[in-house]
Design a protein around this ligand. Structure first.
Ligand SMILES: [Zn+2]
Length: 143
């Protein structure tokens, strides 16, 4: 029994250490990739309503910062416009088509909706807020 308790304590401290490392890595991703400060305001949020408000503002700033081009310039023979992600400079995984359909495809990439991979830069800020909300819920005795 005492051995299990000690083991649990070890696991808990390893977990705390890893969480700290992960938080530092997320901040580094954001600092390195978000040179224009499009994700500003994500630090210190602890409530779900703040997360939703931040998401809306950040999404608007990132979409505003995009540089949409006619689809044909981006290798797509369809109509409309396409844009690279201003945060990760990514696009759909295709050898010939660049960027995301603008604005809806880029919006889905940022929020991770109905596409396999969410923008890792946007996700780094999003997940760091979610982690603080969870920690806050635990402190308040919930969760
Ligand atoms: Zn992206």
């Amino acid at each position: 029994m005492a051995r299990l308790t000690a083991e649990n304590k070890n696991l808990a401290s390893t977990n705390d250490w890893l969480e700290g490392e992960l938080a530092m890595s997320r901040n580094a991703i954001i600092d390195l990739m978000d040179v224009r400060g499009l994700l500003d305001g994500y630090v210190g949020l602890e409530h779900h309503k703040d997360l939703l408000a931040w998401r809306e503002k950040a999404l608007e700033r990132v979409l505003d910062a995009a540089d949409p081009r006619p689809a044909q310039q981006m290798g797509d023979w369809g109509h409309g416009e396409r844009a690279l992600c201003p945060l990760c400079r990514g696009g759909v995984s295709s050898p010939s088509v660049r960027g995301f359909a603008f604005p809806e495809g880029l919006r889905r990439h940022l929020l991770g909706e109905s596409i396999p991979q969410q923008c890792q830069v946007f996700a780094a800020a999003d997940k760091s807020i979610i982690r603080r909300i969870r920690a806050q819920v635990v402190r308040m005795g919930g969760g």
